[in-house]
Ligand binder design. Sequence first.
Ligand code: PLP
Ligand code: LYS
Length: 489
Amino acid sequence: MTRAHPAGPRHADVLPAHDVPGPLPRTAADLDALAEVVWPRHAARHDDGVVRLAGVDVRDLAERHGTPLFVVDEADFRSRCRDHAQAYGDPALVHYASKAFLCTEVARWVDDEGLGLDVCSEGELATALRADFPAGRIAMHGNNKSVAELDAALEAGVGKIVVDSFAEIARLDDLARRRDRVADVMVRVTVGVEAHTHEFIATAHEDQKFGFSLAGGDAAEAARRVLKSRGLRLVGLHSHIGSQIFDAGGFELAARRVVGLLAEIRAEHGDLADTASALIDLGGGMGIAYTTADQPRTAAWLAGELRAIVERECTRAGIPVPRIAVEPGRAIAGPGTVTLYTVGTVKDVELGGGARRRYVSVDGGMSDNIRTALYDAAYDCRLVSRSATAAAGGSGSGAANPGGDAPVLCRVVGKHCESGDVVVRDCWLPADLAPGDLLAVGATGAYCYAMASAYNKVPRPAVVAVRDGADRTMLRRETLDDLARLEVL
Ligand SMILES: Cc1ncc(COP(=O)(O)O)c(C=O)c1O
Ligand SMILES: N[C@@H](CCCC[NH3+])C(=O)O
């Protein structure tokens, strides 16, 4: 997600491209490298040239589970939970944003690690509860929660509900009082920050659907209404500026503005505002490396910066320093997962002027990863079933080999009836790539399975967890029967 969208011609339509993320591979051996910043913490290419994920051979994974296949490095996921817990000083102040990827097993990992959980629908809440996730550590989001969702949250006893509209404040107050309850809520504040990310996933500029505007006074009014209501208790303020953000400036500005609002609320409401000023949640959005061109900061670094700003601003405003909570999704789930695909066809296409593009078709596509089509996202893709320096033993690519061992710029595409069905727009792959080879696309743990579809009636892939040399299925592959299960005949 490094390029603007939509921005005229997406890419030079000639080879070699000059706009391809990451350094140019000079040799076939460069193609074997798995950059630490992109690939799971327990991914390694062994001397035989084959990649193991947490000690499990990718060929065995493909044989046992089929492809496409999401492979989650469990220890990677858990270690990123711990990194954040340590950075913010208390695991319960880190709410994993379950929209990035959730299944019962993952909810259990998050619970084991002591983190909180952010859910934004009844379905995410139900999955968490199925895992016996402690409701008190769940926060519920959503700009249009239904009455049923609000009531389900109250029934479950979720720790916090993040209110997003005046209508919702009234609705929730009513629902809570009917249950003779007082619900803890946070007010979602639109802080007016233009986050440097793709426009579809920036959420704190004024012109969008989430939250209460700080500048327009709605956020202060929301706090006023919550403080007045008998069924609600204001326990903090919330801001989420967007997703896949590298520049700390946006978070810092958001923190400063939220503290400013806290100070206003305290000035207006005095002691009444004590609980309100105990917590600020600065949301998720921390960027990860999809390619080596991305340079993410560590959780510890960002936490330190945010703490310093909040402390400084609170001291200046003369108010107590609140605890800082965050809601990372991508930064926890993203880097530890890869998608394995089997190469089906390799085709060279003439572009005119002597240029050609190599299309590598794999057995999945936009149904398991819509992010390339939706956000023009960039990914790193590697041959993993053998070394790039070992000759292909398969049936032959059928494509001309323009330069012996020289890396070839390829476009990895899916099997859907859609020309925008691109998995990786540009990546370098060995010239002798052949049908049957296994490719892995890195950093697919967030918002790939979660946004998967069964377009063209292509069943959703399985998701397996790998750990200490063993693998186990967390979500089985969808079957043709599954695809028919909603039909009423
Ligand atoms: C309210 C809220 N919190 C947290 C997140 C998680 O974001 P990310 O996965 O970028 O960390 C999102 C998604 O953008 C969100 O909308
Ligand atoms: N789904 C988006 C991010 C939006 C996150 C939810 N608010 C992505 O894949 O990057």
